[in-house]
Design a protein around this ligand. Structure first.
Ligand code: FAD
Length: 385
C-alpha cells in the first residue's frame, strides 16, 4: 500500500528538472545572488520546456502535473538555487485562488493568457500595515456600477515588478473584517498599477520582490474571483498549497547544504584524517540527514492529500514550519562543518544559510503557522491513517 517508487514517466520528469537545475541554474546561482539578477533567460527556457507552469492544467496552458509531481520537481529545481527556482514556480501560489475559485471562463481568460508568457503571476496580500494580520488590509475595492475601483498599496510582493497577472486581495468594507475581503484577477496592462519600490534583500536575491501601488484601478465584475467576501478563504486555501510548496523548497535547500557538508567532510583533512571521521561530525551529519528526510516526507504527505482533494491546512502549516526550521538548522550546520571556508562569500553554504532564513518568514511566519496548526490540531490531530 505504501510505495515511494516513481513511475517511468515521473522518473523522466525528475531527471528533466535535475538536468535543468544543473545546466541552467547552478552555473549562475552565485553570480545572480551577488548581483540580484532577474533570471529572465532562465525563465524563457523553463517556459519553453514546460517547467514553469507545472501544476496548472493543460487546458489553461500549463503542464498539468499532479501536486505530488509538482513538489518533487520543486525540490529538484530549488536544490541549485531557491530564488531562481521560485521565480519559475511562483504561479503555484499566485494562481491558486483563481484555480480554486474562478469560473471556467475566468481560468481560460486570465490563466490561459498568462501561461503564454514566462512572466507569470503574483500574489498580492501583504500590506505595510497588514503582515501577519492580513485581515487588517486597507486596500479597498469600491463598488462602481457592476465593477470596482481599487486603491491601496501591497508590500513585499514576489514577482511584483514583472508579473503579467496579479491576484489581488482587497476589501469592500473594512468593518466586515475577513468577510469583506475579495479576490481579483488583474492583468498587468490595467491602468493605475505602479511599481514604487524593488526590495534589496539578505537572501533569495534573484527573487524579485516589489511594492505596488494601485490608484483608481478600474475593474469589471469579471475580474472578481468567486463571490464578494470569499477572498480571505481563497487566500488561505491557496496558502495551504503554497506552504506544502515551501516545504519542498526547504527540502531542496537542506539537501544541497547536506551534500556540500558531506563532500567537505570527506575531503578536508585535519589531525591526519578527513574531518568526517570524527564522531562530533558524524552526529551533526546524522541529525542533518534526519531533518532532510523528515521534511521530504512531510511535503510528500501534503502533496498526496492535495491530490486526493483532502483539506490539509494543519499538515501544510506543520510541514512549512518543520521544513523551514530544518533548512535553517541544516544550512547553519553546513556552514559550521565547512567553517571558515563556508563563511566566506562565494561559498554555496553561505548563500543557502541566507536563503533559508526567508522560508521561516514568508507565507505566514512560523509563529503564525504554529497558530494555524495548533488550532487545527485542537479540532483534529493530524494522523495519516
Ligand atoms: C522576500 C519576501 C517575499 C514575500 N512575498 C510575498 C508575496 O508574494 N505576497 C505577499 O502577499 N506577501 C509576501 N511576503 C510577505 C510575508 O508573507 C510577510 O512578511 C509575513 O507574512 C510577515 O509579515 P510582516 O513582515 O509584516 O511581519 P509582522 O506581521 O509585523 O510580524 C513581526 C513578528 O511578530 C510575530 N507575530 C505577529 N503576530 C503574531 C502572533 N499572533 N503570535 C505570535 N507572533 C506573532 C511574527 O511571527 C514576526 O516574528 C513576502 C515577504 C518577504 C520577506
Amino acid at each position: 500500500m505504501i510505495d515511494f517508487s516513481l513511475s517511468e514517466e515521473q522518473k523522466r520528469l525528475l531527471e528533466k528538472a535535475r538536468k535543468f537545475a544543473t545546466e541552467e541554474i547552478k552555473p549562475v546561482a552565485i553570480e545572480f545572488d551577488s548581483e540580484g539578477t532577474y533570471p529572465e533567460e532562465i525563465l524563457k527556457k523553463a517556459h519553453k520546456l514546460g517547467l514553469m507552469y507545472t501544476n496548472i492544467p493543460k487546458e489553461y496552458g500549463g503542464s498539468g502535473f499532479s501536486y505530488l509531481e509538482h513538489y518533487i520537481i520543486t525540490e529538484a529545481l530549488n536544490y541549485e538555487c531557491p530564488s531562481i527556482a521560485q521565480m519559475m514556480g511562483i504561479s503555484h501560489l499566485s494562481m491558486a485562488p483563481i484555480q480554486i475559485g474562478g469560473s471556467e471562463e475566468q481560468k481560460k481568460k486570465f490563466i490561459g493568457t498568462m501561461t503564454k508568457s514566462y512572466r507569470s503571476g503574483c500574489f498580492c496580500l501583504t500590506e505595510p500595515e497588514a503582515g501577519s494580520d492580513a485581515a487588517l488590509m486597507q486596500t479597498v475595492a469600491e463598488k462602481k456600477g457592476d465593477g470596482y475601483v481599487i486603491n491601496g498599496t501591497k508590500r513585499f510582493i514576489t514577482n511584483g515588478k514583472y508579473a503579467d497577472l496579479l491576484c489581488l486581495f482587497a476589501t469592500i468594507d473594512r468593518s466586515l473584517g475577513t468577510k469583506g475581503i475579495c479576490c481579483f484577477a488583474i492583468p498587468r496592462s490595467t491602468p493605475g498599477i505602479e511599481v514604487v519600490k524593488v526590495e534589496d534583500k539578505m537572501g533569495h536575491r534573484a527573487l524579485n520582490v516589489a511594492e505596488l501601488k494601485f490608484t483608481d484601478v478600474e475593474l469589471s465584475a469579471e475580474n472578481l474571483i468567486g463571490e464578494e467576501g470569499q477572498g480571505f478563504k481563497l487566500a488561505m486555501m491557496a496558502l495551504d498549497r503554497g506552504r506544502v510548496n515551501i516545504a519542498a523548497v526547504c527540502t531542496g535547500i537542506a539537501q544541497k547544504a547536506l551534500d556540500e557538508a558531506v563532500e567537505w567532510a570527506n575531503t578536508r583533512v585535519q589531525f591526519g584524517q578527513p574531518i568526517g571521521q570524527f564522531q562530533g561530525v558524524h552526529f551533526m551529519l546524522a541529525d542533518m540527514n534526519a531533518l532532510v528526510v523528515a521534511s521530504r516526507a512531510m511535503y510528500l504527505q501534503g502533496g498526496w492529500m492535495l491530490d486526493q482533494d483532502i483539506r490539509c491546512s494543519t499538515e501544510a502549516a506543520l510541514a512549512k514550519c518543520f521544513a523551514s526550521d530544518a533548512a535553517m538548522k541544516v544550512t547553519t550546520d553546513a556552514v559550521q562543518i565547512l567553517a571558515g571556508s563556508g563563511y566566506m562569500k562565494g561559498a554555496i553554504v553561505e548563500k543557502l544559510m541566507r536563503d533559508a532564513k526567508l522560508t521561516q518568514i514568508y507565507e505566514g511566519t512560523n509563529q503564525i503557522n504554529r497558530l494555524v496548526a495548533g488550532r487545527g490540531i485542537l479540532r483534529k490531530p493530524s494522523v495519516l491513517f
